[in-house]
Design a protein around this ligand. Structure first.
Ligand SMILES: [Zn+2]
Length: 335
């Protein structure tokens, strides 16, 4: 087995220990052979070497055992056993990230940099986001997923929130009843008469590859349910109209959305399954999808040099430009 001697160009801790102190400590490392560099994850058994400073930027190490695999077109290298040959050393050469020639090129959105339309072509499946997030960096990426809401936890859809100002922003922390039956906020250390009910809607989302748990907070919750959390709370707990409440909640199920998700830090690197935070939702139906595609086509045509189009159309009896224009303006989805 190959046991190369390499230099550590960078080593960083992954995840956010302040938000999730219970998470397993993990380090990511960039290794160089002086010409090329690659990223890898460290097996946790090596963590003490990083904590003690034996492995740091510049260290020269002998890689004795490692594992290399490809998940969803991403190469994942896990360093299992190393020997530190020299802790302190200047960076050798000017290493550049290695691009393996045999991996398929990553999917690039058709209109990257030319269109303000959302990136229809870089959606991921639920199976993909679950796989990839096991190894995600600490940068919270926005992930587009097209899925239906297959279940919601209707009984605990909201929480009572603080309405005071904290550091110039609405506090929104969860409040509790005190002995005088007033609301109390621990962060603001104040009691008050009225709270606001805000969404904390736990959804199960589903596509053809699987299911995932995703939480919708205030704005996303409103977009999904169509009522504010406070209105819904009033319907259920003040008017005590359970039938209407159930009807509203049932209507949420089975709808298809384009979700923008981030991973919830507190579930990353723990034993429990990764949960997602719903940042925003776009309702999806056939006409929406057609509309998006037509906008993409329009913006492509706008950015296409006219001379090229004229040259191309002279070879064909059917002018491609006119065809797409015609389709665009005649479409019933363009109002
Ligand atoms: Zn507060």
């Amino acid at each position: 087995m190959l046991q190369p001697v390499l230099q550590v160009v960078d080593v960083v801790k992954v995840g956010n220990p302040q938000r999730n102190p219970a998470a397993v400590e993990r380090f990511r490392m960039v290794l160089s052979d002086g010409v090329h560099s690659v990223q890898c994850m460290l097996a946790t058994t090596i963590n003490p070497l990083v904590r003690d400073g034996a492995i740091k930027q510049g260290s020269v190490i002998h890689l004795q055992e490692f594992n290399c695999s490809t998940i969803q077109n991403r190469r994942i290298i896990i360093v299992i056993r190393v020997e530190v040959l020299q802790s302190v050393c200047g960076i050798i050469g000017n290493p550049r990230p290695y691009e393996p020639p045999n991996l398929p090129a990553p999917c690039v959105p058709l209109c990257q940099g030319t269109s303000s339309v959302s990136r229809v072509y870089v959606q991921k499946t639920i199976a993909q986001i679950k796989d990839e997030n096991l190894w995600r960096s600490d940068k919270p990426d926005l992930i587009d997923v097209r899925a239906v809401i297959s279940n919601v936890v209707a009984d605990n859809f909201c929480y009572p929130a603080c309405t005071l100002e904290f550091n110039g922003k609405r506090c929104n922390k969860k409040v509790t009843r005190n002995d005088n039956w007033a609301w109390y906020c621990g962060r603001c250390n104040q009691s008050f008469e009225n709270c606001e009910y805000r969404y904390l809607l736990t959804c199960q989302i589903k596509d053809h590859t699987g299911t995932a748990v995703a939480i919708a907070f205030q704005e996303a919750g409103e977009a999904i349910v169509g009522y504010t959390a406070h209105e819904l709370f009033t319907i259920r707990n003040v008017h005590q109209d359970e039938a209407r409440f159930r009807k509203i909640m049932d209507a949420v199920l089975g709808r298809e959305y384009l979700f923008k998700l981030t991973t919830m830090e507190e579930t990353f690197n723990t034993e429990q399954p990764v949960k997602f935070n719903i940042v925003s939702v776009d309702k999806l139906d056939a006409s929406d999808m057609s509309h998006r595609l037509l906008e993409e086509i329009d913006s492509l045509l706008k950015n296409f040099p006219h001379s090229t189009l004229e040259g191309a159309s002279s070879d064909h009896s059917n002018d491609g430009y006119g065809f797409y224009r015609g389709l665009g303006s005649a479409s019933p989805f363009r109002q």
